[in-house]
Ligand binder design. Structure first.
Ligand code: UT7
Length: 332
């Protein structure tokens, strides 16, 4: 039986570090508020010239290098982002020539925000187990800093996010005991407007409207408390679901990585699951919420720090706009 394993990981963030104090010069906020409410101390922002596929390129090269593969080996690109370089075509098409991947290689874009990596993993795993692809490059990349409202109106959202990219290379293995043991994805569109970027969009004619810009509807907006409550509830449910599917228990986990949305959310999820701190990895303090990049970025740091050994049981979980959520369970 075919299973999907992660054979390489990589990440890349822009050089520029932006602290909470830096943000407090742009809007009415403070290091104390941001640290207490979110755990975030700093994040990386581009210098204004890099776009998502520039960050993704480096992350992908690092993942390919770790895997001992070249761009020519990639037979499917899955690109997850909520901040694409352009409305269309998808960023997967732009990364293909940037990386030198063979023309003709399919490029699938995933638009599932903070759950984008888990959605991409779910799809990539299914296609690999069907025997359709052998080297699936799954990348999550975001350039939030180009699209946030850094005035007081947007301060609840603007302090949370950071730029970054992270990638994994997925490959098949004929070993039932390894790789992705289970993954689940969910959505509940009734709450789509709790966290969204309304405009521009074809809900109206013309799709780009000066009034939308004046009203700030081209910036992301969020019902923070509602999102917070749902994240703390849905991520543990998804974790229990993948554990049950694979016949495993929380106690069996070696490492748990939750989408890095807010340290209080990550701690709340771990607490609900009864996971001790030494089995949980968080890095939101240094990167903020990098959305589709957050889980693979944390995973890459764990891999490169030698935190994972063969046989370890790893669980990844996400929740975000849509609402969308999901989890994956892997035997390393
Ligand atoms: O990636 C997945 C999606 N995102 C999330 O999962 C994020 C989920 N939500 C959250 O993390 C939290 O709701 C926030 C961090 C966004 C906000 O924390 P909160 O404890 O829910 O605060 P709040 O929205 O209830 O606001 C408390 C106060 C308000 O002032 P008043 O009305 O009490 O006077 C806000 O206006 O804090 C104020 N506030 C700020 N103050 C300083 C909001 N943003 C800021 C800010 N700096 N940046």
């Amino acid at each position: 039986m075919l299973r999907t394993i992660i054979v390489g990981t990589g990440h890349h963030v822009p050089e520029r570090v932006v602290t909470n104090n830096d943000l407090s010069k742009l809007m009415t906020t403070s290091d104390e508020w941001i640290t207490q409410r979110t755990g975030i101390k700093e994040r990386h922002f581009t210098d204004g010239t890099e776009c998502g596929t520039d960050l993704a390129k480096v992350a992908c090269e690092r993942a390919l290098q770790m895997a001992g593969r070249t761009p020519a080996d990639v037979d499917l690109i899955i690109y997850a982002t909520l901040s694409p370089d352009h409305e269309f075509p998808g960023s997967g098409c732009f990364i293909q020539p940037k990386l030198g991947i063979t023309p003709g290689t399919p490029a699938l874009d995933v638009r599932n925000q903070c759950s984008g990596f888990i959605y991409g993993l779910h799809v990539g795993d299914a296609l690999i187990r069907q025997g359709l692809y052998k080297n699936v490059l799954l990348v999550g990349a975001e350039v939030h800093s180009h699209g946030l409202d850094f005035s007081d109106r947007g301060r609840d959202v603007a302090v949370l996010f950071g730029d970054g990219a992270a990638a994994v290379l997925l490959s098949p293995v004929e070993d039932d005991s390894r790789g992705v043991l289970a993954s689940v994805i969910h959505s509940d569109g009734r709450s789509a407007r709790d966290l969204w970027l309304e405009a521009p969009g074809c809900f109206g004619k013309p799709r780009v409207n000066l009034q939308h810009v004046e009203e700030g509807r081209h910036f992301p907006r969020m019902e923070g408390r509602k999102v917070f409550v749902n994240a703390i509830q849905k991520m543990p449910e998804a974790v229990q679901e993948v554990l049950a599917r694979a016949g495993q228990k929380v106690e069996d986990l070696s490492l748990f990585i939750a989408h890095q949305a807010n340290l209080r959310i990550c701690d709340g999820v771990a607490q609900r699951l009864g996971l001790p701190p030494d089995k949980v990895y968080n890095n939101i303090q240094r990167y903020g919420n990098t959305t589709a990049a957050s889980i693979p970025l944390a995973l890459d740091e764990c891999v490169r720090a030698g935190r994972l050994k063969q046989g370890d049981l790893v669980c990844l979980a996400a929740f975000g706009a849509g609402y969308t959520w999901g989890a994956a369970l892997l035997r390393w």
